[in-house]
Design a protein around this ligand. Structure first.
Ligand code: 13P
Length: 257
């Protein structure tokens, strides 16, 4: 973390979990244990259908609501899709883009990721852009090459003032939902590499202002060490974000100093 130059953001990614009723229950439980003073921003990203319930339930808690996906066209004949303007109009502040599960199961490419990032920025929201390598890629020694390509593609055509609004999440695929966490050093090394890529593209001021999260089996036990790294500015949390007590423990770990 480096709060002097950028925000620390703790974000939950609920994935395909919880009904609207369970969303309300989670918020009620969270409200009781959430610290009043927060040195980090808190975001909860929920399935599309739960967004209105989440906005109602988390109101007055200084918790921003995020979506887990979006379609890049503005409107039209795209049955089943949801546009950035629709999300913005509801009150959504963040949108996860290019999560490895979307890349893997729904064929999301770097080109699609770039279009979605543009759409989210144009609508005035913050994209949380996910990048990360598979175990095979790590073992082949191509992690940083691959992630540099993912970052350059995601940000293609985006001007510096909009890059400042982007959040990047480094999520090694081998650490997602596996209980295997990247070591704090591994996480910081890649987050630092991402910042270097942004510095080369946009200069030092932009690079130091961008929030870069780590995601992949982050939990109350390992959060403090990961968040203590200079280039790890928060977390994108799956499993542990589904339980209010664990989520709060991670927020508390980001709230130190
Ligand atoms: P887990 O925290 O369950 O490993 O999930 C991480 C993730 O994919 C967040 O986007």
């Amino acid at each position: 973390m480096n709060r002097r130059y950028r925000k620390t953001i703790i974000a939950g990614n609920w994935k395909m979990n919880k009904t609207a009723t369970e969303t309300k229950k989670f918020a009620e439980e969270l409200k009781v244990i959430l610290p009043k003073a927060k040195w980090c921003d808190v975001v909860v990203c929920v399935p599309f259908v739960n967004i209105p319930a989440a906005l109602r339930a988390f109101k007055d808690m200084r918790v921003a609501i995020g979506a887990e996906n979006v379609f890049y066209e503005k409107s039209g004949a795209y049955t089943g899709e949801v546009s950035a303007d629709m999300l913005k109009d509801l009150g959504v502040k963040y949108v996860i883009i290019g999560h490895s599960e979307r890349r893997q199961y729904f064929g999301e490419t770097d080109v699609i990721v770039n279009k979605k990032v543009q759409a989210v920025l144009e609508a005035g929201m913050h994209p949380i852009i996910c990048v990360g390598e598979s175990l095979e890629q790590r073992e082949m020694g191509v992690t940083m090459d691959l992630i540099t390509l993912q970052i350059k593609s995601a940000l293609a055509g985006i001007p510096a003032e909009k890059v400042r609004k982007c959040v990047i999440a480094y999520e090694p695929i081998w650490a997602i939902g596996t209980g295997k966490t990247a070591t704090a050093e591994q996480a910081n090394e890649v987050c630092n590499g991402i910042r270097t890529t942004i510095r080369h593209l946009y200069g030092a001021r932009v690079a130091r202002s961008v929030t870069i999260q780590y995601g992949g089996s982050m939990n109350p036990k390992n959060a403090e060490e990961l968040l203590a790294q200079p280039d790890v500015d928060g977390g994108l949390i799956g499993g542990a974000a589904l339980k209010p007590d664990q989520f709060v423990e991670i927020i508390n770990a980001a709230n130190q100093e």
